[in-house]
Design a protein around this ligand. Structure first.
Ligand code: HEC
Length: 466
C-alpha cells in the first residue's frame, strides 16, 4: 500500500511538472504497479539471489525453491517466514546497533514487499519466458567461502569420525588432529563444516581449539572474568587453548579484517570439540576446518582472538523455571583497547534474545548489537563492515543481556514443564556472545580512531557534494 501511494505521488508529480511526455511514462509506472507480481518475473530473481544457496536439492534446507512447481506449495509458509524476517536466517535487529555487515544476506524491504504481494495475489506463475537464467546448482557439501569467491582453502584439517548410532544420548567428541605446517603462517579466513552432507544433520556445534606449542607471542587477552566452575580463569583458557573457530548449525566462515588474522605455528595441533546429536539413522559424524592463509610477505601485524563474552554472571546459578521467561546478564571488562569484528549470539533451545552493549569509561552506553528473535537452528555470525566494527577504549565493560523463553510459545522448546539450568547438553542452557577481538596499544588505538574520523568526514563531504 505504502509503495503504491509513493508511486502514485511520483507519477502525479511527473505529470504536473513536465507535461505530456512524462504523462506517458507515468501511466507506464502506474500500469507496472497494477501488474500482478509473478513468480517468473519478480520472485524467482529474489529466490535466486537470497534463498537458493540453501533451498536447492541436497543443500541444508528442507525444500528446493528453484522452480515454480517446487516453490508454489510453500507460498503461505514463505510469506510468514519472510514477513517476520525469520528467512533468510538473518535475525539482527534493524533499529539499533551496528547496521553494516560484510555478509548481510537479508532481504530489502522492497523484496519482502514483493514476496508478500506475490503470495497475497495467489502466488501466480506468470510467463516462464520472464524467468532469469538459472543459477548453477552446487548440490554438494561445498565451502561457503569458496561459493563467495575466496577460492578453495589452502589447508584442510579433518577430525576423525564418530559413528553416531540411530538412537543415542548426545555425544561430545574430542579427537586431536595435526596442523600440517613447517613454518609459521597466518590465517585470514577459517571455515568449519561437517565432513559430509549427512553429518550436517547430526552436528550441533564444532569448535577447533589450537593447542599451543610454546607460543612466544601469546598475550593476555584482557578479558579475565573470574574463575569458572572448574576454577579456570578466562585468561588461562584463552592463553592455553585459544579457539581457532567455533561453528554451529547455520554458520559460515570467519573472515578476519585486513591486517589481522590468527597465527599458526608448526607443531601446533587442533583439539576438536564436537557436539553430536542422534537423528534416527546411523551417521559417520565429524568436522573439517578449511584455512585460507595470508600470502607470504603479506602477513598481518595483529592477531584476532575469539572470545565468548558471557551473558551469565558465573557466581550465580542459571535458573529458568518451567513455563516462564528469564533474563541474565554478564559483564566483562576490556583490559586493552579493542576492536570487535563480529557478533554471534550463542544459546541452546530456550534462547530468545541477546543484546551486547558497551559501557564506556565515561559512563555512556552504546548498543553494539541486538538479536530479538534468536532461533536455535541459526547460529548466524554477523560480521561487521571494517569501518563499522566497534572500536572501544580499555576499561569499557561489555555488557551482555540474555533472555530465555521456557514457555510453549517457543517453537524450539522440547518441554516447557522442565526446569532448565546451565549445562552442555542441548536441553540445558547457556548464553554468550562470540566475538573476534583485536587488541591495540594506546598509540595504535589513537591512530585508528583518527583514521576513522578522517574517513567519516570525507564521506559526509562527498555526500554533501552530490
Ligand atoms: C542459509 C541458508 C538458508 C537461506 C539463505 C534461506 N533458507 Fe529458508 N530454510 C533454511 C533451513 C535450513 C530451513 C529449515 C530450518 C528452519 O526452519 O529454520 C529453512 C526453512 C524455510 C522455510 C520453512 C519451511 C517449512 O517447513 O515450513 C521457509 C518457508 C523458507 N525457509 C523460505 C526461505 C526463503 C523464501 C528464503 C529466501 C528469501 C530462504 N528461506 C533463505 C535455510 C535457508
Amino acid at each position: 500500500m505504502m509503495r503504491s501511494i509513493k508511486r502514485w505521488q511520483c507519477a502525479a508529480a511527473g505529470v504536473l511538472t513536465l507535461g505530456s511526455l512524462l504523462a506517458i511514462s507515468a501511466s507506464a509506472v502506474a500500469a507496472d504497479a497494477a501488474r500482478p507480481v509473478t513468480f517468473s518475473k519478480d520472485v524467482a530473481p529474489i529466490f535466486q539471489a537470497k534463498c537458493q544457496e540453501c533451498h536447492q536439492p541436497g543443500s541444508i534446507a528442507p525444500m528446493s525453491l528453484i522452480t515454480f512447481q517446487e516453490a508454489r506449495p510453500w507460498a503461505r509458509s514463505i510469506k510468514e517466514r519472510v514477513a517476520t524476517r525469520q528467512m533468510p536466517p538473518w535475525h539482527i535487529d534493524r533499529s539499533v546497533g551496528v547496521q553494516k555487515f560484510k555478509n548481510d544476506m537479508s532481504l530489502s524491504d522492497d523484496q519482502v514487499d514483493t514476496i508478500v504481494r506475490w503470495v497475497d495475489a495467489g502466488a501466480p506463475q506468470g510467463d516462464p519466458k520472464d524467468l532469469p537464467a538459472p543459477k548453477p546448482i552446487s548440490a554438494d557439501n561445498g565451502w561457503k567461502g569458496e561459493r563467495d569467491g575466496y577460492g578453495p582453502p589452502d589447508i584442510v584439517v579433518k577430525s576423525s569420525e564418530y559413528n553416531m548410532p540411530a538412537q543415542h544420548q548426545d555425544v561430545w567428541y574430542r579427537p586431536m588432529a595435526d596442523l600440517p605446517l613447517t613454518e609459521p603462517r597466518w590465517a585470514r579466513m577459517v571455515e568449519i563444516r561437517p565432513r559430509s552432507l549427512k553429518a550436517r544433520k547430526t552436528i550441533h556445534h564444532s569448535i577447533a581449539y589450537l593447542v599451543l606449542n610454546n607460543d612466544p607471542e601469546a598475550v593476555n587477552t584482557g578479558t579475565a572474568n573470574g574463575p569458572d566452575r572448574r576454577g579456570n580463569t578466562d585468561d588461562d583458557i584463552v592463553n592455553r587453548r585459544p579457539q581457532l573457530m567455533e561453528w554451529a548449525i547455520g554458520k559460515g566462515y570467519d573472515l578476519f579484517r585486513p591486517g589481522t588474522g590468527k597465527l599458526l605455528l608448526p607443531g601446533e595441533r587442533i583439539a576438536w570439540d564436537q557436539h553430536i546429536h542422534a537423528v534416527g539413522e546411523e551417521i559417520a559424524s565429524g568436522s573439517e576446518i578449511g584455512i585460507w592463509l595470508y600470502k607470504k610477505g603479506e602477513e598481518p601485524k595483529k592477531r584476532s582472538y575469539l572470545i565468548g563474552f558471557t551473558g551469565i554472571d558465573r557466581s550465580k546459578m542459571l535458573d529458568i523455571p518451567p513455563n516462564s521467561m528469564a533474563m541474565t546478564e554478564g559483564f566483562t571488562v576490556l583490559k586493552e583497547n579493542a576492536l570487535i569484528e563480529n557478533f554471534q549470539p550463542h544459546f541452546h533451545l530456550r534462547g530468545k534474545s541477546m543484546q551486547v552493549e558497551a559501557i564506556l569509561p565515561d559512563g555512556s552506553k552504546q548498543v553494539i548489537s541486538y538479536v530479538g528473535n534468536f532461533n536455535f537452528n541459526w547460529m548466524t555470525n554477523y560480521i561487521y563492515d571494517d569501518d563499522a566494527a566497534p572500536l572501544l577504549p580499555k576499561g569499557t565493560v561489555i555488557h551482555v543481556t540474555a533472555w530465555y523463553d521456557n514457555t510453549k510459545a517457543n517453537k524450539n522448546n522440547p518441554d516447557p514443564d522442565q526446569w532448565v539450568g546451565y549445562g552442555d547438553r542441548t536441553v540445558d542452557e547457556m548464553a554468550h556472545a562470540w566475538m573476534n577481538v583485536v587488541y591495540f596499544n594506546d598509540a595504535e588505538y589513537k591512530a585508528l580512531g583518527e583514521e576513522r574520523k578522517a574517513k567519516t568526514v570525507k564521506t559526509t563531504n562527498d555526500e554533501k557534494q552530490q
